[in-house]
Every structure is written in structure tokens, then in C-alpha cells.
Design a protein around this ligand. Structure first.
Ligand code: PMP
Length: 394
């Protein structure tokens, strides 16, 4: 099997599995208990917090909260800030966020917030003029993702956060870095120093599912999202998932080392992109010509159905996606591609390949060999293809 759906989830690295195992077997004790045996798990959490803090650019360990996933981190950030600041009701986000931000913002609207959804252009770039103009005296929170899960387009979050703080230092800036964590350097003490809240999760960077983190800059006005026990300094109740927390830290450490050593993913992705573009007519790269995550390639194959492409790829042993995993399964076109105003024929034939550090050159060569034939066969039976292929392009 060739797995090219790493924006949906990644394989857990063997070192990560090994790191968490003791906490699922012999060292299963509740880290809050009073006896000696619990000290190991408690110490493991403290050490993991330090590692994640270092991964985020050397932030303070107490600025790192462990959560259950990035969806929880996003919910905690947005609802937590709203609850702590009831006087200001305006939230700014983008039209292309993951549902774990978009749907939370829609829920916030139902609870009385005013939400501005900023659009993007054809390349997927944010309309920065519209963004600057929409900031109001009562703007409470800006939530803008770092790397897009579908197209890989990277928003200039460092610059946007700086603009926000220059406009009004009281506005809280949150970024969903679930797709960029482990692929781009996240330095919250340097280029991202104007970011107050940052979310990510383990399973996108070769850690396990069921664990995430939320960076909360010291001094940020936020209420807990989960109330109950005193865990995480009273900011996220619930007995800590020790093994998964340790695993997340190990995954961060490995990702950091990988980013420092080489970046083979981008070479493989570029090779795949170039080879497929040379071999397949009437195909475009969604998000081309702008900054993108190094592992993501979203292709628009005109006149065929993305779902049919996926079935054919699957039959050939290749896993890819036609949109975010959360929306695939429905034939509703992706809200991200819609926001980019991708033409109907191209939007419906979009397929996403997302690589990881475990992807090999041989796997990429196999896809280059197989994919053009799949597109050609589907076009032969497409009712739209004959008409389109003979019409002038535009
Ligand atoms: N944000 C983005 C950009 C994502 O891609 C995802 C996962 N598809 C999430 C948030 C949600 O992550 P999790 O599965 O950890 O809740």
C-alpha cells in the first residue's frame, strides 16, 4: 500500500510507540495520586511539557496545555476566550478554516458573537486588505489557520498577528497549526511572538490519535473549556493521558530533528507535481504560485469526479483524499476550493496527495506511473470530457 493521505493522519513512529508503552503497562498510575509509584507518570508529564515547550521555540512549559486533540484545542481557545471576555463580541476568522474552527465560530454566532469570515483569492491567499479593514474596536479574537489541510496554502500568520497587535494589542490571536506543526518551524518566541494561542495534535506528526496541545501565552485572558479536577493547573480537567502525552512529546522531538536534518519531503512532492503536470493535460495545482506546506499537493483534474479517482487509486493500492477527511464521504464540494472560486469542473475532480517523512521515492515513482492512466481512463467515459477538450480553455 502507498499511503499519501498524511494530512488526514500519519503512521505512529516506532520510537513514539516505544516511548508510550510503559505508561500503558507497568507505569499506569494516576499522576495525581500521593504514593511513590505515581511520581514516575507525574515526572513524565512534566518532562513531556518541557519537550513540547522547546518544540514551540522555547516557550515556558506552563504555557503548554495538553488536550485530547486539535479539535478540542480549537474549541478551548475560541470558547475559552469568549467566556473570559464577555464584553467584546467580534471574532475574525477565514472562510477556509478546518471545521473545528469554522463550526465553533458558527456556534459562537448562535451564542451572540459577530463573526467575520475573510475570503481568499484564486490561489488560496488571504485577502489581507479585507482582513485589516474588518478589525473593529470590539474585536476580541482573530483565529487564522497556519497551513491549510486541503491545499497546503500557508497563511502569513506571523505578519497577520503583528498587524493585529499593532492595531489593538488587546485582540487575542489564535492560530490552528495542526497541519504546519512538524512541517514548518513554530517559534513562538521569535517569528510567532505575536501569537497568543496555538493548537495542534499528535496524529498529524507521527504521534498517536487522542492527544493534542494548546499553547496559551502567559497573560492571555481565557477560561477553562473543561471544568472538573485540578489537572493542567486547573485549565483542562480530566486525568492526564500520560502515555499519549509522552508520545506527543516524542513525536515533536523527532519532527524537530527531521526538520533540522533534511527536508526530503518537499523534493519528493515537487517531483510528483512536476511529473504529473507534464504528463496530464487539463490539470492544475490548487494553491499553485503561493507559499504551501512542503508535503501537500492538491490537483484539479478537469471533467472527472474526485471520488472516482479515489476509488481507482484505492484499487491500485494508493491512499489519497478528495478533500478533508471529515467531509469526504459526501459529494458536497470542498468549502476551501469553493472559497478559492475554483471552476466547477476542476473543483469536482480535485484530489489531494499528502506525503510524510516515511514516503519513499519508489512510492512517488509508482504514483507517477499509475495516476496519468487513471485520469485518462476516467476521462474517456466522462460525458464532459469530449466537449471540454475541444473547447478553447479559459
Ligand atoms: N485543524 C486542521 C487544520 C486539521 O487538518 C485537523 C485534522 N484534519 C484538525 C484541526 C482537527 O484535528 P484533530 O483530528 O486532532 O481533532
Amino acid at each position: 500500500m502507498i499511503y499519501l493521505d498524511n494530512n488526514a493522519t500519519t503512521a505512529v513512529a516506532p520510537e513514539v510507540v516505544a516511548s508510550m508503552q510503559p505508561y500503558l503497562t507497568t507505569a499506569y498510575f494516576n499522576p495525581s495520586s500521593a504514593y511513590e509509584a505515581s511520581r514516575g507518570p507525574a515526572h513524565a508529564i512534566a518532562s513531556a511539557r518541557g519537550k513540547v515547550a522547546s518544540f514551540l521555540g522555547g516557550v515556558r512549559p506552563d504555557e503548554v496545555l495538553f488536550t485530547g486533540c486539535a479539535t478540542e484545542s480549537n474549541n478551548a481557545a475560541i470558547f475559552g476566550v469568549m467566556r473570559a471576555n464577555p464584553g467584546r463580541r467580534h471574532i475574525v476568522t477565514t472562510a477556509v478554516e478546518h471545521p473545528s474552527v469554522l463550526e465553533v465560530c458558527k456556534e459562537a454566532e448562535r451564542e451572540g458573537a459577530r463573526v467575520s469570515f475573510i475570503g481568499v483569492n484564486h490561489k488560496g491567499e488571504l485577502d489581507v486588505d479585507a482582513f485589516v479593514k474588518v478589525l473593529q474596536p470590539d474585536t476580541l479574537l482573530v483565529s487564522i489557520m497556519h497551513g491549510n489541510n486541503e491545499t497546503g496554502v500557508v497563511f502569513p500568520v506571523a505578519d497577520l498577528a503583528r498587524i493585529v497587535k499593532e492595531t489593538n494589542p488587546d485582540i487575542i490571536f489564535h492560530t490552528d497549526a495542526t497541519q504546519s506543526a512538524g512541517k514548518l518551524r513554530l517559534d513562538l518566541n521569535d517569528q510567532l511572538s505575536c501569537v497568543d494561542l496555538l493548537s495542534f495534535s499528535g496524529h498529524k506528526l507521527h504521534g498517536p490519535k487522542g492527544v493534542g496541545a494548546l499553547f496559551v501565552r502567559r497573560g492571555t485572558r481565557i477560561r477553562p473549556f473543561m471544568c472538573g479536577g485540578h489537572q493542567e493547573g486547573g485549565r483542562r480537567a480530566g486525568t492526564e493521558n500520560v502515555g499519549h502525552i509522552v508520545a506527543l512529546a516524542e513525536a515533536c522531538k523527532l519532527a524537530e530533528a527531521y526538520m533540522e536534518s533534511e527536508n526530503a519531503i518537499v523534493c519528493l512532492r515537487d517531483h510528483l507535481e512536476k511529473a504529473l503536470c507534464e504528463r496530464i493535460p487539463w490539470m492544475e495545482v490548487n494553491g499553485a504560485g503561493t507559499d504551501r506546506l512542503p508535503n501537500t499537493l492538491n490537483l484539479a483534474c478537469h471533467c472527472i469526479e474526485g471520488e472516482s479517482i479515489l476509488y481507482q487509486l484505492d484499487a491500485a493500492g494508493i491512499c489519497a483524499s478528495s478533500g478533508s477527511a471529515c467531509t469526504s464521504g459526501s459529494l458536497e464540494p470542498s468549502h476551501v476550493l469553493k472559497a478559492m472560486d475554483i471552476p466547477f469542473m476542476a473543483m469536482h475532480g480535485s484530489v489531494r496527495f499528502s506525503l510524510s517523512r516515511f514516503t519513499t521515492a519508489e512510492e512517488i515513482d509508482t504514483v507517477i506511473e499509475i495516476f496519468p492512466g487513471i485520469v485518462e481512463r476516467l476521462r474517456r467515459i466522462s460525458p464532459y470530457w469530449d466537449t471540454a477538450a475541444h473547447a478553447p480553455r479559459g
